[in-house]
Design a protein around this ligand. Structure first.
Ligand SMILES: [Fe+2]
Ligand SMILES: [Fe+2]
Length: 191
């Protein structure tokens, strides 16, 4: 978003997260269009890593801001985290299904539906309120924190990992390192 006073075009946290949502849905579209199972598996691993990084970064830095600044923020965050859990659960199921089985595409479509719903909740209800209530410098600073968190966040689904900020800031990076090691050893392209 362009700041009207300074003319700055530096992305704020809402720009980053909205672009993430678009990228995820674009990857899902690619899975749906992929002819061979190996390519579908590859894309599914990539989108899984993208979603995990995004969700963890949101929980670490964005949802605390929602709780603080958005009316009924605590309730909204609880609802959002529940949806993250459902998404992580789907990702876990997807990890265990062969990409040549019909079940694989069923799960991909279910995931697409959940992602669309969740992204539209955030983009329509929460992000505009953040921009109204938080000064732009803070939103830009949050963008940097989110980008950094994404670098160390887990890349694989861990359905029973606690959601607390403390967990993500202390144990989370360790889990992320182990995930990345496994990604490299198994040749996953998760970035
Ligand atoms: Fe979210
Ligand atoms: Fe999001």
């Amino acid at each position: 978003m362009t700041d009207t006073q300074t003319g700055s075009t530096e992305p704020d946290v809402v720009d980053i997260l909205t672009a993430d949502h678009r990228d995820m849905l674009e990857l899902i579209g690619q899975i749906e269009g992929a002819a061979d199972a190996e390519r579908r598996r590859d894309l599914a691993d990539t989108v899984t890593a993208e979603i995990m990084r995004h969700a963890v970064a949101e929980e670490m830095f964005v949802y605390p801001a929602v709780e603080e600044h958005v009316p009924n923020g605590a309730d909204e965050v609880e609802h959002d985290k529940r949806e993250h859990d459902e998404i992580v659960d789907l990702l876990k199921q997807l990890e265990g299904v062969d990409a040549s089985e019909p079940r694989f595409m069923e799960l991909v479509r279910e995931l697409e539906g959940q992602l669309r719903h969740h992204a539209s909740d955030e983009e329509t209800d929460q992000f505009p309120v953040l921009r109204t209530h938080i000064p732009r410098e803070q939103l830009v600073a949050l963008a940097a924190k989110v980008e950094n968190a994404k670098k160390v966040a887990p890349t694989r689904p861990h359905p029973h990992a606690p959601h607390s900020e403390l967990f993500h800031k202390t144990i989370g990076p360790g889990v992320g390192m182990v995930d990345r090691l496994r990604d490299r050893l198994t040749g996953r392209s998760t970035g």
